[in-house]
Design a protein around this ligand. Sequence first.
Ligand code: UDP
Ligand code: MG
Length: 317
Amino acid sequence: MLISLIVPCYNEEEALPLFYAEAARVAGEMAKSHGADFEFIFVDDGSTDGTLAAAKALRARDDRVRYLSFSRNFGKEAAIFAGLQAAKGDYAALLDADLQDPPALLPQMLDALLSGEYDCAATRRTTRKGEPPVRSFFARMFYRLIHRMSDTEIVDGARDFRLMSRRVVDAVLSLGEYNRFSKGIFGWVGFRTKWFSYENIERAAGKTKWSFWKLFRYSIEGIVGFSTAPLAVAALLGLLFCVLALVMIVFIILRTLIFGDPTSGWPSLVCIILLCSGVQLFCVGVLGEYLAKTYLEVKRRPLYLLRESSEDEAEKP
Ligand code: UDP
Ligand code: MG
């Protein structure tokens, strides 16, 4: 039984050795308790620090370590995809490099899969301790919103940390979309998932790679990728405004016929024009967001480009 641990790394030179030490400890325990073999796949997502060198150093010490290095920063989603593609294991786990996803949970997760009852073991955090309150607030809002808009189940507080059987890995890989939103993809593929909860753990070293703006863009990705509700809202708003306009027309015609004075109401006219054009632009914007995603999809660009990987060595004579 081979388990692939996939670790997306972006500027994690400080955290990588810490992660490896902990993961190797757990791997050793699991070799004894479950007879499991491991491979560690570090996906260097175009880091500008010594992350790649750190991964190479680990490989020199331990040949279970493999690495992939991107030609530039393609984002965590691309790194996850690349890692899953490279994984050879019967099971694959996704973990962050900063030890916010405790490898110590892996034995329990594997037990759940081995019981045959589950195909996937996923984790969620019950608290957001140590996170800026503003970020937590917007995260909550996002989950509430997407819960209403999307049929795909997207769990609040879900981490990307999960252990999957080969079947689930292949299912996730079969979704070749360019705009990837893992939380949605895992919900979409389904399978029986066992959830594990734990309290938020703060980063072991280094700092977070997600700015507020990056997270905001990511949340739009999630909404556009897994719901077409905003498009329906645009249509609904249009209909609502048509009805409103009709009522107004009848009202104004009647008022003019009864009281005369057709030229009053200039300020209200300006307000109406402003409101209507605002709503129109907003709807065009929503439409544009979907069009942009479609445009990016049809270009069929690769999700990532490799600059080098541990697999290169095998090809050398
Ligand atoms: N990450 C990545 N590419 C990116 C941003 C992040 O591969 O463009 C990795 C990062 O190295 C880490 C994981 O994704 O292993 C989660 O990132 P981080 O800990 O910064 O996010 P947070 O836990 O603060 O949400
Ligand atoms: Mg983190």
